[in-house]
Design a protein around this ligand. Structure first.
Ligand code: TXA
Ligand code: MG
Length: 315
């Protein structure tokens, strides 16, 4: 009897409308057949996700867009050609094949071609797209390794396709279009600079609302259980520093013990820092300290998206 490869197992389970975890270049996803409402309902249940928060639909290549979207604005197509597969989600007018459950009743669907060799193979072998939110309990930090998924959802997910650590480490950048003009709804793994080099100036609307366009905009999100604050807002003489952890860019803080610190990029690369951010948040959270302190990262490239995630984790 032949042993099934992991990829074959994944295909088999997805065809049975089961939920599995899949690797992408950004973060791990909790994936199921996007065209089957029963399978999609199971994703919401496992993640404990409110139904008002729509799911991104993952497709194998740009040619699939016309199957699920009614129109493809010029600038959206230009971005897709330039950056797919990659950390970019395009919000496009949905057609009827995509159910209201996936889009939370919105007339738009988020589409993305993820850039991970295993998951691209997987998508090319299925005749349906995959709905997949990040594979974490709602509100918590996204997983960037199979172990992260196992730690929190291992009991609830039937299978985790292990594709190693995520290369990018931050969720995709989300772009919608108002009369063909691009609006960024979530900063992420594709920098604003890269987008603007491709299609010119874009509007950015990532402010949080009680009923957000994109629940990634919710104030408190991507959060650790341990409270997180910026070091500049604290008076350390009043605090027990042995119970404090730190997430820093390039060098350690002198007043906090080394083992409670995560230096995200000793070489001062915001890209490397982005890749390490979520694992660092999880490691410090597991120490059950009183507080995690952090600092502002450089406001360019992925540094802006790192600052966005830290702001939201701080709440
Ligand atoms: O990198 C990523 O985007 C990862 C990987 C797995 O692909 N996925 C991810 O999914 O981060 P999730 O569900 O954790 O975050 C997706 C965000 C949500 O904030 C959701 O509201 C927004 O995308 N979104 C999805 N469909 C949308 C739509 N039709 N209109 C507006 N926002 C949408
Ligand atoms: Mg998420």
């Amino acid at each position: 009897m032949n042993e099934m490869t992991d990829l074959e197992t994944a295909i088999e389970l997805l065809k049975q409308n089961k939920v599995i975890a899949i690797p992408t270049e950004t973060v791990y996803g909790l994936a199921a057949n996007a065209l089957n409402d029963h399978a999609v309902t199971e994703i919401f249940a496992i993640k404990n996700r409110p139904y008002f928060d729509p799911l991104i639909v993952h497709i194998s290549d740009i040619k699939q867009v016309e199957k699920y979207a009614n129109s493809f604005p010029k600038k959206a197509e230009k971005l897709a050609n330039a950056f797919w597969p990659g950390p970019l989600t395009l919000i496009l007018p949905k057609n009827k094949i995509i159910s209201d459950l996936v889009t939370s009743g919105l007339a738009y669907v988020g589409l993305r071609v993820p850039n991970h060799p295993l998951t691209l193979q997987l998508l090319s072998k299925l005749d349906f797209p995959l709905a997949a939110p990040s594979a974490n309990p709602f509100g918590y930090v996204s997983p960037t390794s199979a172990q992260h998924v196992k730690d929190q959802l291992g009991k609830r997910v039937s299978f985790i396709l292990d594709g190693g650590s995520c290369e990018v480490g931050l969720e995709s950048t989300i772009v919608m279009f108002e009369d063909d003009e691009p609006v960024v709804l979530r900063l992420g793994g594709l920098s604003i600079e890269s987008i603007e080099t491709c299609i010119g100036k874009v509007k950015i609307n990532i402010s949080s609302h009680s009923k957000p366009n994109s629940p990634g905009q919710l104030d408190k999100h991507y959060a650790t259980r341990t409270p997180l604050k910026y070091k500049d807002e604290l008076d350390f003489t009043q605090l027990n520093t042995t119970r404090i952890g730190a997430i820093v860019f390039e060098k350690t803080l002198s007043f906090i013990s080394r083992e409670n610190q995560e230096v995200l990029s000793p070489n001062s690369s915001v890209k490397e820092a982005a890749r390490n951010l979520f694992a660092a948040m999880r490691r410090l959270d597991a120490l059950n300290l009183d507080l995690i302190v952090t600092e502002k990262f450089p406001e360019f490239g992925l540094g802006s998206a790192i600052n966005d995630r830290l702001n939201r984790a701080r709440g």
